[in-house]
Design a protein around this ligand. Structure first.
Ligand SMILES: Nc1ncnc2c1ncn2[C@@H]1O[C@H](COP(=O)(O)OP(=O)(O)O)[C@@H](O)[C@H]1O
Ligand SMILES: [Mg+2]
Length: 267
């Protein structure tokens, strides 16, 4: 990600960025939710979207894997590249499904199925990865549960309902499920806003681990969280990115008056 003055070279394949957004404008019916958004998101890093409610953070996040497509009145102009491919040029359903595997999403509320922990892990594997033996599936589940640091806590109750886990455990299980399918980019929309401080810290540690392997974008209302874990941040206000840059650019040396006021709790 670069500063606002970024010059984009469109026809150059970029190893550095997992996501590039060019001149993006988005409307819900006649209300414009995003205005001329330009942002490049670096691979293997955490980028935080911050800003007051209703300023377009979730809308942009959901544009990155075409989750808004089915909303009535939704309209988009501009380009979103994932690994240099314009995702809004994808027409085939099979390719859209591939895109959703590549760009995983974790929501504010854990969205587990009302079934066992094991089946919550196994279902997406069955749907998305073909040709694995029973043992390979079991090994994969164990590995991914270890990757999100939850295996030791739950290994004796994999056959029990996932909905009996604590909120923080459910959220880690959602993350395990997402990384099982092999994404490159993971989008998090306020993943900790329903969690207590200890569970929140565990998720933050986990995200810091995961960025070694994935490109992470997180919407958060928690400025301290963004300051702690984000390598890059973008401040949104009324559908625009007012300022973007490194953690230090935004949290130590913000330039724009609106960023400074937001960071000091003025609105
Ligand atoms: N499904 C929708 N239909 C109509 N308007 C929407 C929809 N989702 C969001 N909006 C509007 O778009 C703007 C941006 O919302 P959103 O992206 O959810 O902001 P944030 O995540 O920053 O709180 C708001 O004015 C909101 O009311
Ligand atoms: Mg939101």
């Amino acid at each position: 990600m670069q500063n606002n003055s970024a010059v984009k070279v469109d026809d150059q394949i970029n190893e550095e960025y997992g996501v590039n957004v060019y001149n993006l404008n988005v409307w819900y019916k006649n209300i414009q939710a995003l205005k001329d958004i330009n942002i490049d998101i670096k691979k293997n890093s955490i980028t935080a979207f911050i800003g007051p409610s209703g300023c377009g953070k979730t809308t942009l996040l959901r544009c990155l894997n075409r989750m808004n497509d089915n909303i009535k009145g939704f309209r988009l102009e501009g380009r979103v590249l994932i690994n240099d491919r314009d995702i809004y040029k994808i027409n085939k359903l099979s390719e859209l499904i591939e895109l959703r595997k590549k760009v995983g999403m974790v929501f504010q509320q854990p969205n587990l199925f009302p079934m066992s922990i094991f089946r919550n892990m196994k279902l997406p594997i069955r749907e998305n990865l073909t040709g694995l033996s029973g043992k390979e599936i079991n090994d994969l589940i164990e590995k991914k549960l270890k990757d999100v640091h939850i295996y030791d806590e739950i290994k004796d109750r994999l056959d029990k309902s996932a909905l009996r886990l604590s909120g923080g455990q459910q959220q880690r299980l959602c993350i395990a499920r997402t990384i099982t399918i092999g994404p490159e980019v993971i989008l998090f929309d306020e993943p900790c806003s329903a969690l207590d401080p200890i569970s929140t810290m565990k998720i933050e540690d986990l995200l810091t681990d995961l960025k070694e392997r994935y490109t992470i974008v997180i919407v958060t209302h928690n400025l301290e969280q963004a300051r702690r874990i984000a390598d890059y941040a973008a401040f949104f206000y009324q559908g625009q990115i007012v300022e973007q840059g490194t953690n230090e650019d935004i949290f130590i040396n913000p330039k724009e008056d609106r960023t400074i006021r937001y960071l000091s709790g003025k609105f």
